[in-house]
Design a protein around this ligand. Structure first.
Ligand code: CUA
Length: 317
């Protein structure tokens, strides 16, 4: 099937079938009405064509019933597409709670992956079968786009902020990974493979390399190396706000503005700390612009995220 019709890659994730069902519904409706309308046009052209020069058409006075029918029926069909599309969109864009977090850094022209256990890969990503996996992605340079057709996931990967995709692979195998946004001379070669393995096999694969520190542990080390912990301490909030339970929480800024502390906000606060200062604090934090790679930022981020989980979400203001 795949060789004959490369338009339809195999379905290898939990949401692939629902994406395809919606796609075929939209295509089916479009083909049906295109054929119906074009067919009627051609039929009427032929059936009611002028046969003699003296023939004149009789006037048409319209029909309210017809007007209502061709307004209401398309409206109903498009509303079905809208509702169905929204449902599929939300299930694609919201990773299930407890999804395993991997991190992706794109650059011209490669994909760099970090497993939560600390293992790193380039242009290859190994994942366990059946486990929901959330990828948090950013770019070192220009806009790229992470695309795995077999999983039906695609999302732009942007410099300066984080975007996410999630999937749960449903069959073992190797699946093509593409960059789907023109990003320079080697764009067409910026690709790789996602290898889906049985969980036990994946564990063996992970263990095959000399033991590494987890992402969280590496992040914790950067946190103390860079002396973040001298101000962001769990026991006192005198110099900087506590970071415990911060991610996903609402933060009030100097000036009264409020926002949800997401990953992009935390990244910005590390690189440009003066941009959005938490209410009640002085803008005394030094910038780390140019001092941390995207990989290190991701490690810090995964450490800061882990703070909420272990310490039970104490107030971080
Ligand atoms: Cu990266 Cu195209």
């Amino acid at each position: 099937m795949e060789e004959l019709l490369p338009l339809f890659p195999e379905q290898a994730s939990s949401l692939a079938a629902s994406v395809d069902a919606l796609y075929f519904f939209v295509i089916g409706v479009s083909v049906f009405f295109s054929v119906l309308i074009a067919g009627s046009l051609i039929y009427f052209f032929v059936r009611y064509r002028r046969r003699e020069a003296s023939q004149v058409g009789s006037p048409v006075h319209g029909s309210v019933v017809l007007e209502i029918a061709w307004t209401v029926i398309p409206l109903a069909i498009t509303m079905v597409m809208f509702g169905w599309g929204a449902k599929v969109f939300f299930s694609l864009s919201r990773p299930p709670a407890g999804a395993t977090e991997f991190y992706v850094v794109a650059k011209q022209w490669m994909w760099k992956f970090q497993h939560p256990e600390g293992r790193r890969e380039i242009n290859e990503l190994h994942v366990p079968l059946g486990v929901p996996i959330k990828l948090t992605m950013t770019s070192e340079d220009v806009i790229h786009s992470f695309f795995v057709p077999a999983f039906r996931v695609k999302a732009d990967v942007l410099p300066g902020r984080y975007s996410t995709v999630w999937f749960a692979a449903t069959r073992p195998g190797r699946y093509h990974l593409f960059c789907a946004e023109y990003c320079g001379a080697e764009h067409s070669r910026m690709g790789g493979w996602v290898t889906v393995m049985e969980p036990s096999e994946y564990e063996r694969w992970l263990a095959g390399e000399s033991p590494r520190r987890t992402l969280v542990a590496t992040g914790e080390e950067i946190f103390s190396q860079r002396a973040c912990n001298t101000c962001h301490r769990p026991d006192t909030e005198v110099r900087g706000p506590s970071l415990i339970g911060l991610v996903g929480k609402q933060v009030r800024l100097t000036g009264g503005r409020k926002l949800i502390a997401d990953e992009t906000y935390i990244r910005e606060s590390i690189l440009n700390p003066g941009a959005k200062v938490v209410a009640g604090y002085e803008p005394i934090m030094p910038t780390f612009q140019g001092q941390l790679s995207e990989e290190e930022l991701v490690q810090l981020l995964s450490y800061i995220k882990s703070l909420g989980k272990s310490a039970g979400g104490e107030s971080a203001r």
